[in-house]
Design a protein around this ligand. Structure first.
Ligand code: NDP
Length: 496
């Protein structure tokens, strides 16, 4: 945990050199077209950097560099023990550059620098370390064919992996894709979101410093419709790993079908339910965690607990406690360590969130927040907002708002709770609160969600798979299971 003061962070921020070029084949390069796009600090409206806006030609160059490095075997055919060493060095370099990386995250997309320094950057380092440590402990199989044949089954890297990631956890989302893909021996072309390209560009430099050969990790900042689409349609990309909206996830499936049938793995939207039963024990703990589950990172979390389903008898008491938590979580300067909530990623997204809030004011009961505000007269901030008496069919209870907006829905019994929880196109995560072990197991088994957290919210770790059911996508990030996405099974028959 960083102990820096507000003044310290401001001082460090003013000294940062922003990387504004693409990173292709081990070199920093401008876009071939010379185009750039502005990277803007949403807390102040200031332009941080004019960043290379990669187009088709740049994607071609990056994919060609990745393919060359893969075919040359400079990474793909090195020993897992060597890859481990490099990834462990990279994890340490991320830790050594904690303050700069945390600032890049905060300045680029508005999150609290305190959270970036205590959650995002250490989390990313831990994941590179975890895959580094895992990769030389994974064995293949010998198939039980019987005498006369020796049949080896092992996993090989796929080749060139394209990764397209969003802006809510820029470094972490890049890491969730790159760490397992690189550990497995692939070469990667990473497209960060246009709102948050800066930390990925530093990551690429640090990866080379750690010993990753040129061309193995390329970073191509650019717009989704151009750079993202070019990667999705590229004939020489073997696998495309995506995190973002469900709508764009579906486009990647089409790009694949219309090009080379590359494997596509999607981690898309969510509208995660948080079920609170009357036998939940300490309602203050539930209130603390339910508030954290929706207000952390301004609610810009794919697995945010945005639907609070509460058993009718305790609903009013819990809502009262939540209103107090919301009042204590007002937005502030993201660089001030005492601030409780940061800025929305940009004014356009803030306006989208506010459209839901204004509609909700007509259909449900607003009990906290409900306004867009500025901090020091600048930026796009949304107050922590709670709607009570929401009906399950209301758009604020169905659509992914991706902001600090909580919808509270009452339920009567277990069957009612499960029905409402599963009545969603999404199935990313769910939480439930009960003191009954039987109920916890019974309901966890019935909830359509990739992760169910019992008596906590939104649990995750490098050790556990993360991903969704239904339109929250398929394939899993994190854990050894993520390696399945970036490898193919190779069977070798040997007659003797
Ligand atoms: P998008 O799905 O639009 O963007 C995610 C990534 O896809 C970005 O790198 C983006 O590039 C790229 N992209 C966008 N359009 C295309 C395209 N046509 N072809 C190829 N790539 C494309 O998400 P947003 O960042 O705009 O956020 C919108 C919504 O997505 C949120 O409100 C939320 O619902 C959801 N979301 C979900 C996340 C999750 O973790 N599941 C994370 C972030 C968002 P660029 O940004 O440069 O356009």
């Amino acid at each position: 945990m960083s102990e820096l003061s507000h003044k310290d962070w401001i001082g460090k921020a003013s000294a940062i050199r922003f990387r504004d070029k693409a990173f292709i084949d081990g070199k920093t390069v401008a876009a071939r077209s010379g185009r750039t796009f502005a990277s803007v600090n949403p807390a102040t409206g200031e332009v941080l950097a004019e960043v290379a806006s990669c187009g088709e030609e740049d994607i071609d160059l990056a994919v060609a560099a990745a393919r060359r490095s893969f075919n040359a075997g400079v990474w793909s055919r090195t020993s897992p023990a060597h890859r481990k060493e490099v990834l462990l060095r990279l994890a340490q370099l991320l830790r050594d550059n904690l303050h700069e990386l945390a600032l890049l995250e905060s300045l680029d997309m508005g999150k609290l620098v305190r959270d970036a320094a205590s959650v995002d950057v250490p989390g990313s380092a831990a994941i590179f370390q975890w895959y580094g440590e895992a990769i030389d402990k994974i064995y293949g199989e010998v198939a039980p064919t019987g005498e006369g044949d020796l049949v080896l089954v092992r996993r090989e890297p796929l080749g060139v992996v394209g990764a397209v990631v969003p802006w809510n956890f820029p470094l972490d989302m890049a890491t969730w894709k790159c760490a397992p893909a690189l550990a497995a021996g692939n070469s990667v072309v990473l497209k960060p979101a246009e709102q948050s390209p800066l930390s990925a560009l530093l990551l690429a430099e640090l990866a080379m410093e750690a010993g990753l050969p040129a061309g193995v990790l390329n970073v191509v900042p650019g717009l989704g419709e151009t750079a993202g689409q070019a990667l999705g349609r590229h004939m020489d990309v073997d696998c495309l790993a995506f995190t973002g909206s469900t709508a764009v996830g579906k486009m990647f499936l089409q790009y694949s079908g219309q090009s080379n049938m590359k494997q596509v793995w999607l981690e898309t939207g969510g509208k995660s339910p948080n079920l609170v039963f009357a036998d939940c024990g300490d309602l203050d703990v539930v209130a603390d965690m339910a508030a954290f589950g929706i207000f952390f990172n301004q609610g810009e979390v794919c697995s945010a607990n945005s639907r609070l389903l509460v058993q009718r008898g305790i609903k009013d008491a819990l809502v009262e406690k939540l209103v107090q938590r919301a009042a204590a979580t007002q937005p502030g300067d993201p660089l001030d360590p005492i601030s409780k909530m940061g800025a929305m990623v940009d004014s356009r997204h803030a306006a989208n969130v506010m459209r839901f809030v204004e509609a909700g004011k007509k259909t449900a009961r607003l009990v906290a927040g409900g306004d867009m505000v500025t901090v020091n007269g600048r930026g796009s901030f949304v107050q922590p907002t709670i709607f009570d008496d929401v009906t399950p069919a209301d758009p604020i209870a169905r659509d992914e708002i991706f902001g600090p907006v909580l919808s509270v829905i009452a339920f009567d019994d277990e069957a009612d709770a499960i029905r409402i929880a599963n009545d969603s196109p999404y199935g990313l995560a769910a939480s439930l609160w009960t003191d009954s072990l039987s109920r916890a197991h019974r309901i966890a088994g019935r909830l359509q969600a990739g992760t169910v957290s019992v008596n906590k919210v939104d649990a995750l770790s490098p050790m556990t798979p993360f991903g969704g059911f239904k339109q929250s996508g398929f394939g899993r990030d994190l854990s050894l299971h993520a390696l399945d996405k970036y490898t193919a099974l190779k069977t070798t028959w040997i007659k003797y």
